[in-house]
Design a binder for this molecule. Structure first.
Ligand code: GLY
Length: 363
């Protein structure tokens, strides 16, 4: 990890730069390692409007780069959009020595990473996350892919970016709903880390004015250290999935049925409440911590409308990548700082946790 204050940490095999003045690092990398390559930029329509102009002002060498702007929103994380992106690259005769820059939130980096990894068996790509979710989670760690057949991230590969540039400046363009959505990943990280990080988040909440940059670096550093130990998600990395087994099922079902699909972090927030309840019931998370988690999340996230059938929910849960031999497994929290991975949970327990969620969040 590197920041503009020259902070460096051991971890991944690629650099992650943090700060407001990191464009010089990007320019340097482009000049030294991609001087004879074509640099392609993938973005979405919102980011293209809100962030791209200021980005090109700072990095004018990219002003004439081929640009592909896809519709914003999770619906674009789809194989048809990947296919259009491959068409775009092929029409420009992109070569394996060229570079793809993914400028956008988690949808753009997941999709763009997948596109780059499959194109001619792999061209390098750089992530420049513009959303809070992207900055603390999605852009780091090399998970790439698309949703398929209604299921989250069903197709994808592990493929590391060449570098990641986390510039806090982009967060100024984010609507509150998006900022809160990303904050649920910071809450998750603080629960995984425990100690003073959880205490800070529990007491101070989202500190958008003074502390958010520090909170981002803290959450991203935790992810970097975990991914460094288990990049292929076989053990430790599954802890980062706390809240996501049930969260992804909420998210998928809202995409299938909802007029206004949930943002990823909104679904994860509800997933954290349910999985904290299950943690309390199955592995001894204290009632006090369960209540602290519930009260913190209720400050930022309105209750979800839950009007689906158990069978439909089960269909999504069982597609989770942690499921094994038809048993739903999740990462549960014993206490802040201690996550147990691969914990089996019955459908009855999951249903009970959703009842708890409904009761505790009803106005
Ligand atoms: N978002 C969880 C992970 O990257 O493993």
């Amino acid at each position: 990890m590197q920041t503009d204050s020259k902070h460096t940490a051991q971890g991944l095999h690629y650099p992650v730069y943090f700060g407001k003045d990191i464009w010089c690092n990007l320019k340097n990398l482009l000049e030294t390692e991609f001087s004879s390559s074509t640099i392609f930029i993938l973005t979405d329509e919102n980011v293209g409007h809100l962030c791209l102009p200021s980005f090109l002002d700072k990095v004018p060498a990219l002003a004439d780069s081929p640009l592909f702007s896809i519709p914003a929103g999770e619906k674009s994380k789809d194989i048809s959009v990947a296919a259009k992106s491959w068409d775009w690259l092929a029409n420009y005769h992109a070569e394996r020595s060229d570079l793809l820059i993914n400028l956008g939130g988690g949808m753009v980096s997941d999709l763009g990473g997948f596109v780059a990894s499959a194109y001619k068996r792999g061209m390098p790509y750089i992530n420049i996350p513009t959303s809070l979710t992207g900055q603390v989670d999605a852009a780091i760690g090399g998970k790439t892919g698309v949703n398929f057949s209604g299921y989250k991230n069903l197709l994808g590969v592990f493929s590391d970016p060449y570098a990641v540039f986390v510039n806090f400046i982009f967060l100024k363009t984010l609507p509150k709903r998006e900022l809160y959505s990303g904050f649920s990943e910071i809450i998750k990280s603080s629960l995984i880390a425990g100690e003073d990080f959880w205490e800070e988040i529990k007491k101070g909440g989202l500190d958008a004015e003074n502390g958010l940059n520090r909170q981002i670096i803290r959450a991203a550093s935790l992810k970097i250290s975990i991914v460094d130990k288990d990049s292929l998600d076989l053990h430790e990395r599954k802890s980062l999935n706390f809240g996501h087994t049930i969260g992804h099922a909420f998210e998928s079902i809202s995409m299938e049925t909802g007029q206004r699909p949930l943002l990823h972090g909104e679904a994860v927030a509800a997933g954290i409440i349910c999985e904290s309840y299950i943690s309390h019931k199955l592995i001894g998370l204290s009632e006090d911590t369960l209540n602290d988690i519930l009260h913190l999340l209720k400050r930022y996230f309105p209750p979800l409308k839950i009007d689906f059938y158990e069978d439909d929910f089960y269909r999504y849960l069982i597609q989770d990548k942690k499921s094994q031999n038809g048993v739903i497994r999740m990462s549960l929290l014993n206490a802040p700082g201690t996550v147990l991975v691969d914990q089996p949970a019955s459908m009855e327990m999951i249903t009970e946790s959703i009842e708890y969620y409904k009761e505790m969040t009803s106005p």
